[in-house]
Design a protein around this ligand. Structure first.
Ligand code: MG
Length: 207
C-alpha cells in the first residue's frame, strides 16, 4: 500500500482502525480481479481509500461506495457522534459527500473509488445477483438497517467472494449489537465460512 494513501486514509474522519483498513486493502488486492467491490457507508472515505487502493493495485475492477451522505441517526445535531464540521447550517443537514470526494481526490483514486449517493437498500433492489467480489457493510447500526443491508446485499456476492461486517461487539458493553446479530445470522445460514475477525471487522467468504 502506498504510504501517502495510508496516511490520507488515516487522517480522514472515520471510525475504522488501521488494522481493519489494512485487512480490507489486502482482501481487495486478492479478490477484486473477479468483480467490483462495494461498500455500504462511505462516510468521509477512510475505508474506501483502503479498499480502493487494493482495487487500484489489482488493476481490474473498482470499488463502488454507497451512502445517502446525510449522516446516521447518531450523527445528527445533539447526538453523540455529531460533528459540526460536517453540518451544513444553511441547508440544516449533515453532509459527508464533500469530505468523501476531497479524500478520493487527495488519494488520486478517482478511477478506482466510485461514489453512489443513495439509500443502500433502495439501490440494492436493482443490483444484479452474484456480481460483486466483496461487500463491506458499515452502514446504519439499527437492527432494521443492519439486517436490511445484509438481506439486500448478501445475494450480490459471487461464490468465493467476501462479506465484511464492521463494528462487531459480542459484549453489549462495548457497543451496539446489530452488526453482531447479523454475523450470527450469517453463520447460522451455513452458506459462509467465517474466516475470522480483525478488531471489530468480521470476514466471511461465500461457499
Ligand atoms: Mg463502522
Amino acid at each position: 500500500m502506498r504510504e501517502e494513501v495510508r496516511s490520507i486514509a488515516m487522517r480522514a474522519k472515520g471510525f475504522l482502525v488501521e488494522a481493519e483498513g489494512m485487512s480490507l486493502y489486502r482482501l481487495a488486492v486478492e479478490i477484486s480481479g473477479s468483480g467490483p467491490c462495494l461498500e455500504i457507508g462511505s462516510y468521509c472515505g477512510r475505508s474506501a481509500l483502503f479498499l480502493g487502493e487494493g482495487c487500484r493495485e489489482r488493476g481490474r475492477y473498482p470499488l463502488f461506495t454507497v451512502d445517502h451522505h446525510e449522516g446516521s441517526a447518531e450523527q445528527q445535531p445533539g447526538q453523540p457522534y455529531f460533528d459540526p464540521d460536517l453540518y451544513d447550517a444553511a441547508e440544516g443537514v449533515t453532509t459527508t459527500l464533500q469530505a468523501l470526494r476531497r479524500n478520493i481526490r487527495l488519494a488520486g483514486l478517482q478511477d478506482w473509488v466510485i461514489p453512489i449517493v443513495a439509500a443502500s437498500v433502495r439501490l440494492g433492489r436493482y443490483w444484479p445477483p452474484a456480481t460483486l467480489s466483496l461487500v463491506f457493510i458499515d452502514g446504519g447500526h439499527s437492527e432494521a438497517d443492519a439486517f436490511g443491508d445484509y438481506e439486500t446485499w448478501a445475494p450480490t456476492i459471487k461464490p468465493g467472494g467476501y462479506l465484511c461486517i464492521h463494528d462487531i461487539h459480542p459484549d453489549p458493553a462495548d457497543g451496539g449489537q446489530a452488526p453482531y446479530h447479523v454475523l450470527q445470522r450469517a453463520r447460522a445460514e451455513g452458506a459462509w465460512d467465517h474466516l475470522g475477525t480483525v478488531d471489530t471487522l468480521a470476514i466471511l467468504r461465500r461457499q
